[in-house]
Design a protein around this ligand. Structure first.
Ligand SMILES: Nc1ncnc2c1ncn2[C@@H]1O[C@H](COP(=O)(O)OP(=O)(O)OP(=O)(O)O)[C@@H](O)[C@H]1O
Ligand SMILES: [Mg+2]
Length: 396
């Protein structure tokens, strides 16, 4: 009796195991096919670079049916080796048409517009040579992490170049450039009735999307990534003004150019960097929350937070001016100053309260980014902010 029961058990178990194995094989095959499709879409039509897409490319269709086990191995291999494409300096020259179009420059290097041979537009950032001292493996490990970090609100990193003469990063190209251009660029504002020319709703969407991008870095990806340099210049805008956070992972990757104008002594950019970044205090991911708060003020005001020759002296340091209006129940003055209509008042006030919480002096008093997202979306009640300026160095 016992023997036959055991036998039946073995047979049923065996069948179940075979079925499960078959199912796994199917999933693996489907995943592999999807990856092949993705890589096909991304890979340039021709080119000489040593890309992971090419190295780990999908097998031709007639082979795929033949070896299921091989595709399992290949799939596992892919996971282990998945890495961004590696380009040569010649590739970069080709992509950028010999660096014909410079789109900007920052603390890490100069950015050029270019395109892959298949027409996909790219931004090539040539890094300053302070990287020379870095080991190649460390560079690749950190670039690899950034390249594997996918989110709709993060700029995609396609690949890199690491060569004796050239260190560079190749990103997806964002058509509408950076947020600072639409907020502060006078050219962009000229002739527009409502200041920056974009609707308040679009700006609100940019705030929420940016918050989601940072939330992903802090709370949702495999290893927490602290950005250290959240600011309007590092929020890029797609054709439909969908925001994407740029330059995450860069702070760890290289030392910024210390001669760059916007540098603080350590990390980040003055006006956005949390106090703990320039004081001998422990630094956590909450420094990004602080910078995000400063960014929200600039969106609310459609102006830089610090304008030293502002016509109204009290408005020179905008966040403090906003706090005073808010505290005195005169938020309507904040709205009037940046042309926010009454219908947008509720969202604007929510943005203001979130920003006031984010820039609290004590990192623990600042909310997490998931809480920020919920508050902005009206899903979480916002307590009345307390004065963030009791301890802080006063810019105004
Ligand atoms: N992927 C991209 N697509 C389109 N434009 C870009 C892209 N990356 C950068 N740019 C443009 O190049 C400019 C310079 O970028 P860069 O990141 O070098 O400097 P930054 O963001 O001003 O400062 P930081 O060095 O602190 O990041 C940006 O302001 C933006 O206008
Ligand atoms: Mg940048």
């Amino acid at each position: 009796m016992n023997t036959s029961l055991a036998l039946a058990g073995i047979i049923i178990g065996g069948i179940a195991a075979i079925l499960v194995l078959k199912f796994i094989m199917r999933c693996v095959e489907a995943k592999h096919a999807e990856r092949a499709r993705r890589q096909e879409a991304l890979a340039p039509a021709s080119g000489t670079y040593d890309s992971a897409a090419a190295a780990a490319g999908a097998p031709p269709h007639h082979h795929r049916v033949r070896v299921e086990m091989e595709s399992v191995n290949r799939f596992l291999d892919d996971i282990l080796r998945e890495k961004p494409a590696r380009f040569t300096p010649e590739n970069l020259r080709e992509f950028t048409g010999d660096y014909a179009e410079r789109v900007g420059a920052g603390g890490f290097g100069v950015v050029y517009r270019g395109s892959f041979p298949n027409g996909v537009q790219v931004a090539v950032k040539i890094l300053h040579s302070t990287l020379d001292r870095r080991a190649e493996e460390q560079f690749m490990a950190e670039v690899g992490t950034a390249a594997r970090t996918y989110h709709i609100n993060l700029v995609r990193l396609y690949g890199f170049c690491f060569d004796a003469t050239t260190k560079a990063l190749v990103y997806e190209y964002l058509e509408n450039g950076s947020l600072d251009r639409i907020l502060f660029d006078q050219e962009h504002h000229r002739g527009r009735r409502d200041g920056a020319g974009v609707e308040f709703d679009t700006l609100h969407g940019i705030v929420v999307g940016t918050a989601r991008g940072v939330r992903y870095l802090h709370e949702e990806c495999q290893h927490r990534i602290i950005h250290y340099d959240i600011k309007p210049g590092n929020v890029l805008l797609a054709a439909d003004y969908a925001p994407k956070v740029a330059d995450f992972g860069l702070a760890k990757l290289c030392n910024r150019d210390n001669t760059h104008l916007t540098m603080t002594g350590a990390r980040g950019t003055p006006g956005y960097a949390a106090p703990e970044l320039w004081l001998p205090l422990p630094v956590t991911h909450k420094c990004d929350v602080y910078s995000f708060g400063m960014l929200v003020f600039e969106i609310l005001g459609r102006r830089r937070n610090l304008v030293s020759q502002h016509p109204a002296e009290s408005q020179e340091w905008y966040p403090k001016w906003v706090w005073q209006r808010f505290d005195q129940g005169r938020f309507y003055e904040v709205m009037a100053a940046s042309g926010i209509r009454r219908k947008d008042g509720e969202k604007a006030e929510r943005m203001c309260m979130v920003a006031l919480w984010c820039i609290q002096y004590q990192p623990e008093a600042r909310p997490s980014m998931s809480s920020v997202v919920r508050m902005l979306e009206g899903e979480e009640q916002i307590a009345r902010p307390v004065n963030p300026f009791t301890k802080q160095i006063d810019f105004g």
